[in-house]
Ligand binder design. Structure first.
Ligand code: ADP
Ligand code: ZN
Length: 625
């Protein structure tokens, strides 16, 4: 069998995605690979297809039990024999699986890295014909990465003890040059093919919003998307609790997930979400690693994460089936403080020396700056993200909040002159500089203790912007910083500085503009829209419940029924993208059915007849056009 036939037969996809082909070629030819691919790009197929082509056993090392179980279930759906060995299994189950493995029952074997340290497991692997080892989330081997796992350091020694060294494929979604070098060195890759595929996820729409009331924004968004499933990420457990309660109170089928819940409840809630019994998951970032639910249509962030790596990974859980999906980050200035707090208090990694810890913290704060930059920029968000991950982009994607946004250009020359001359006065009097609060208080003519004690009220610029609201001042300052008139304020006690360009505004009458969102509609108009939105949501929900929907709805209902019967999550049967294509192309024969993307031969024979029957029934009922 060749690789394309394998892709079509087992996974039902008609063509390879970028990067998959060279990786599969290298691994099947016995060459090591380091692949950096974003979440959802299709890493699994890169080692699962070689596994099928190579024969013998492919060992997959992966950090999360839930992920492995999910993958094993998915492989069994494709009729590829697979199993997973982990510490959560009882002695008897484990031994039975080992016996089966020795009998050649499995083509793919998943194991947690901790397994590699146990004698029984290494003994097993020495007796198996291991032809390929795939290391998932390979950045875990590096201390520079986000989630260092010491047990990953044992992989190299484990490989060395195998009777014959197999090809090794290392896969990760995030890797800076440094992490990449670490992966190669610490896993002992030999002359690997290094491949970084595009990080772009064209089907994802990115946006940043600054709503006055975040809870209400989320509630309305969810009501606005009545038949969609999504995740809402919050920075704290407390917000998870209150937001989840609020959504439930509005009749939304939401559930929650955070590390403070009992393991049992976490597992139950996760399952409810994955099996579409609950459509919205409200969670901290403890949720999601290893969740391979492909029909997630939106990922909302109630708070800004602490870096873009985390953000892109979490947002990337949307739209894995290739269908259109939205990633919206709700930003408020308070989020910066929260993120700083987490960074300062998250260094429980006692393996680091104090110097290393300090350097790590400095790196984290730098990453945070770039994250804040994402929230503030008025340029293309996709362009910003891709630039961060080292890719070039036209900077005009047409599918992000900023490209599609309703922006107006405001002339802020007068305001800029006032702010910059105020800052110049401060710099003259306090050569060490002062923070943003001092500047704003001075310009607004505040009578607060600190301002008066410092004598800021004696400056000629005192009170020259007393009619400007603090929030508006922030917008001006952001705009001036983004355009280089003010230098970015970093560090714990950020001090503002004039940038090199400031002179042009102060002395040569240079014009300054600011791009800003068109003002939001007035309160009444908003209230009116809200009411009509609720009505639409109620109507859609009723129509949905009555099942009088489109062909897509009927196919989805059938999928839910089959999921119950076969005890698998609905998305493992067919993804939403596959159902959409089915609803459009309306296949009538088994041959037509096979041509739908996402339909492999195992699934075609298992589920094809039921879907074809449903489509035929629908066509028979449909009135003549
Ligand atoms: P990753 O591990 O990189 O996050 P997955 O391996 O889980 O991503 O794949 C994400 C989705 O992409 C899955 O639903 C998978 O079926 C789909 N997929 C993988 N390869 C292809 C392909 N060549 N064509 C279409 N869909 C694909
Ligand atoms: Zn854009």
């Amino acid at each position: 069998m060749d690789k394309l036939t394998a892709l079509q037969t087992y996974f039902g996809h008609s063509a390879f995605r970028p990067g998959q082909e060279p990786i599969i070629d290298a691994l099947t030819a016995g060459r090591d690979v380091l692949a950096v691919m974003p979440t959802g790009a299709g890493k699994s197929a890169c080692y699962q297809i070689p596994a099928v082509l190579l024969g013998g056993v492919t060992l997959v090392i992966s950090p999360l039990i839930s992920l492995m179980q999910d993958q094993v279930a998915a492989l069994r759906e494709e009729s590829i024999p697979a199993a997973c060995l982990h510490s959560g299994q009882d002695e008897e189950t484990y031994r039975a699986l080992v016996q089966q493995a020795l009998g050649g029952a499995f083509r793919i074997l998943y194991a947690a890295p901790e397994r590699l340290e146990t004698e029984s497991f290494t003994a097993l692997c020495q007796r198996l014909d291991v032809r390929l080892v795939a290391v998932d989330e390979a950045h875990c081997v590096s201390q520079w990465g986000q989630d260092f796992r010491p047990s990953y350091l044992k992989i190299a020694a484990f490989l060395a003890r195998l009777p014959r060294r197999p090809a090794v494929g290392a896969f990760t979604a995030t890797a800076t040059e440094q992490v990449r070098q670490d992966i190669i060195r610490l896993l002992g890759l030999r002359d690997p093919l290094c491949l970084t595929t595009g990080f772009d996820r064209p089907n994802l729409y990115f946006a940043v919003a600054r709503p006055r009331d975040k809870e209400r924004y989320i509630e309305e968004y969810v009501l606005d998307h009545p038949d969609k499933s999504g995740i809402v990420y919050c920075a704290t457990r407390k917000s998870v609790e209150s937001l989840c309660r609020q959504l439930q109170a509005s009749g939304i089928r939401a559930t929650r997930y955070h590390a403070g819940l009992e393991a049992e409840e976490r597992a139950r809630n996760q399952e409810d979400f994955v099996y579409d019994r609950r459509r919205v998951m409200v969670a901290t970032n403890a949720f999601g690693m290893g969740i391979d639910k492909s029909n997630v249509s939106f990922v909302l962030h109630y708070n800004m994460p602490k870096n873009l790596e985390n953000y892109y990974q979490e947002a990337g859980r949307a739209g894995r089936d290739g269908a259109k999906a939205e990633c919206i980050l709700l930003f408020s200035l308070g989020d910066i403080q929260t993120a700083r707090y987490f960074i300062k208090n998250s260094r429980e990694n006692d393996e680091l020396t104090p110097e290393e810890a300090e350097a790590a913290e400095a790196r984290d704060l730098e990453r945070l700056e770039r994250m804040v930059g994402y929230c503030k920029t008025t340029r293309c968000l996709r362009g910003y993200l891709l630039a961060y991950f080292g890719e070039t982009h036209t900077g005009k994607c047409g599918n992000c909040g900023n490209c599609c946004g309703d922006f107006v250009e405001t002339d802020i020359t007068t305001e800029a002159q006032k702010i910059l001359s105020g800052l110049a006065r401060i710099e003259k009097r306090w050569p060490g500089g002062l923070g943003v609060v001092a500047l704003v208080q001075m310009l607004r003519g505040s009578r607060d203790q600190n301002t008066l004690r410092r004598g800021l009220d004696e400056l000629p610029t005192y009170g020259i912007m007393k009619d400007t609201a603090p929030a508006r001042m922030r917008l001006y300052l952001d705009a001036l910083e983004e355009q280089g008139y003010i230098l970015p304020a970093g560090g714990e006690y950020p001090v503002l500085r004039l940038g090199a360009k400031a002179g042009g505004v102060l002395f040569r009458g240079e014009k300054v503009t600011m791009t800003e969102r068109r003002p939001a509609p007035g309160r009444e108009e908003q209230a009116g829209r809200r009411a009509s939105r609720r009505k639409t949501a109620a109507r859609a929900a009723a129509a949905y419940a009555a099942g009088d929907g489109t062909l897509f709805d009927r196919l989805r209902a059938l999928r839910a029924e089959l999921a119950q019967q076969h005890h698998v999550p609905a998305y493992l049967i067919f993804s939403n993208a596959t159902l959409t294509e089915m609803a459009e192309k309306r296949p009538r024969t088994a041959g037509d059915f096979m041509r739908i993307s996402g339909v492999g031969s195992a699934k075609a024979s298992r589920y094809g007849p039921a879907f074809l029957r449903e489509i035929a029934a629908y066509l028979a009922e449909e009135p003549e056009k």
